[in-house]
Design a protein around this ligand. Sequence first.
Ligand code: ANZ
Length: 799
Amino acid sequence: MSRYQASEVEKKWQAKWANDELYKADLSNDKEKFYNLVMFPYPSGDKLHIGHWYNFGPADSVGRFMRMHGKNVLQPMGYDSFGLPAENYAIKTGTPPAESIDKNTEYMTKQLSLMGAMWDWDKSVKTSDPTYYRWTQWVFLKLYEQKLAYKKEAPVNWCEDCKTVLANEQVQDGHCDRCKNEVIKKTLAQWFFSISDYAEKLLNYDGLDWPSKTIAMQKNWIGKSTGCDVSWHVKGIDAILDTFTTTVDTIYGVTFVVISPEHPDLDKFVTEENKKAVAEYRDNASKKTDIDRMADDKDKSGVATGSYVINPFNGEEVPLWVADYVLMNYGTGVVMGVPAHDQRDMDFAKKYDFPIIESVQLESGETFVYDDHDKYHIKGKIIESGDFTGMDIVEGRTAIIKWLEENKKGKGTIQYKLRDWLISRQRYWGAPIPIVYDPDGNPVAVPEEHLPWELPTDVDFNPDGTAPLARSKELLDRTEKIFGKGYTPEVDTMDTFMCSSWYYLRYPCNKLTDKPFDREVDDKWLPVDMYIGGPEHACMHLLYARFINQALFDGGHIGFKEPFKKLVHQGMVTKDGAKMSKSKGNVVSPDEFVDTYGSDVFRMYLMFMGPFTDGGDWNDKGIKGLARFVDRFWNLVSEPGEVKDAAELKRNLHKLIKKVTEDFEKLQFNTAVAALMEFVNFATKNGIDKDSAKIAAQLIAPIAPHLAEECWSVLGGGYSIVDQGWPSYDAELVVDDTVTLGIQINGKVRGELEVAVDAPKDEVLAAARAIENVAKYISEGELVKEIYVPGKIIGFVIK
Ligand code: ANZ
């Protein structure tokens, strides 16, 4: 058996494809478009890893499959090149980030080219390039014009290790998403985007073909709660406190009210003798993380303010306490305590001896504590609650809210957990925020004619907790020169998630110098038809991009609301069950395998590991087997000849077309590879003719593009195989004409038999009785019944 010369063949075709600009999309062509996008990589010193291959290889197969279906495929690639790794590397080695990024992108481009994918390099972007970040700054200015960008002093998440603030989405379980360091609170004046104004719009997923889990994660992060505000009069003081609750049906069960230690009006309610205790308590609370404060399993604590508030329904006076399980940045920062039906309130009441009074019960008469899931669907009734007694819980809520509104004691409200997106970063390697301050400190937008508002280079970027740009003389001089004496520049840079929130709009228009994108071009090419990337971006990149896209839509800059029509998450490739990471030292580099076996084998091997969306555990044991399969495919297809059973070959081939087509449509690459293997086994024994060989080459083309192009060319097909269409199958030929049935004896399977679908009953039964094992059982007793259900079962009953 001759060996397929992968390395030679791959080099040859890669050079030709590049030279012919085969994968450069002609955007003006009116064939049906297919925008095939992958999450662009960060050009780190670690180069392309297996995860990239696992994402990009199959994504390219989707693009190829679509192109073979006659679609005009745009499949761009670029670099998300601003961000901390390059900056940290610069701090360690002294190499300016721009330099290391250039080196890394060059190397990664080479690696990406060895993949032999359909990247349209003509439409590439690099977010740290001034020709790109100029427009990131433009997007900021548009949001500023639309009043969606503002600066505010607020307690923000601070990572002491990265020496910068972080957005809420970038804090996971109280730790920095990047370096895993614990995040603390700091009060700082920072720039925010009003993503929370878009909460309701972001909850609309109409027309999006997204994984339901990702939608659920976003919905949960946005966290919509429907409830009401209740106004409580503070006894003896001319003041009202509003509480937010989702379960106002429990209002008659309130035995205390708790206020957040950060509430701005708190001091008003603290009586003289409680001042010291409250001050101390507030001080302690500020040192805790929100997670610890909210956790159900943590001990609850609080102190009395000395004031009392009056329940608007029954006029009862209940004490007002300060407790840190109430957060200031949710609802109104004040909560009505219902210990009978809320776990945290119950823990609190038990500790401080507040009465526990039931006000709702289940249909069964049992008492219960609300949890997040049953809140809006619970079936039960209101008890001991004045005029509302006896009402169904959910209906009663509506009646109570109606009463509140009629009596001006509250109103129905909706709360979202989603907070505004903090985009300031006290770091160097990012797009400068295009804002300056006048001598009075008022922000002034940098006019568009001064974009790009360039990142200064005269900066010592060693982090000291203050923004490195503040140390640039050039930036200050530039600001004064353009705006006048006394003007100062904003010195924070933008969160790099800002760069990646609009890059898909730039790819088709990457060369425009007078605008970020052309509306007509983008309206034609977007939304993205297929977006493949990691699930870890569910509540970060994928949420930010939807928000920016919607804001640009509302600003009239683009004509579509949603950026990504279909989204797929690839699974994760692990090593011995663990996530690959440098610190664990278990990172597998793709390069040596690509070098030894070629890109096609490596890509197919990854695909063969398991279902694409599940991922799998890396193990190089089987890769030789895949290389052998490629050899066998080559030997079979490149030299067609004598065929033993032409009809059988035809049937097998058409079944293969059906199977592979349907598998590719569902991104089930592993089973497509398996079907191709099975076909090669059959055809190697049976022989293959030239036309069938050409079809086999077409079928493998999306997943082994070099091998397919080589086979196709040897078989005399036109160039390139991606433009030769996709084979179709004859529906009649793919219907199975035999089935394999189990043979049961007294209900137990004792054998199996392959029978023609239309075989007569007598024949089937006779053949079954003749099977040795079956005959043995029958001879041991008396045969009383024979059963044959065509397509399903053969059975015998013996006494
Ligand atoms: C009374 C009550 C009785 C509550 C009961 C629950 C069960 P979600 O669904 O997450 O929106 N809450 C309101 N504001 C809060 C804050 N700033 N900090 C901490 N907790 C706060 O939860 C809404 C519920 O969380 C509200 O409904 C309130 O407690 C509490 F049997 O009010 B509830």
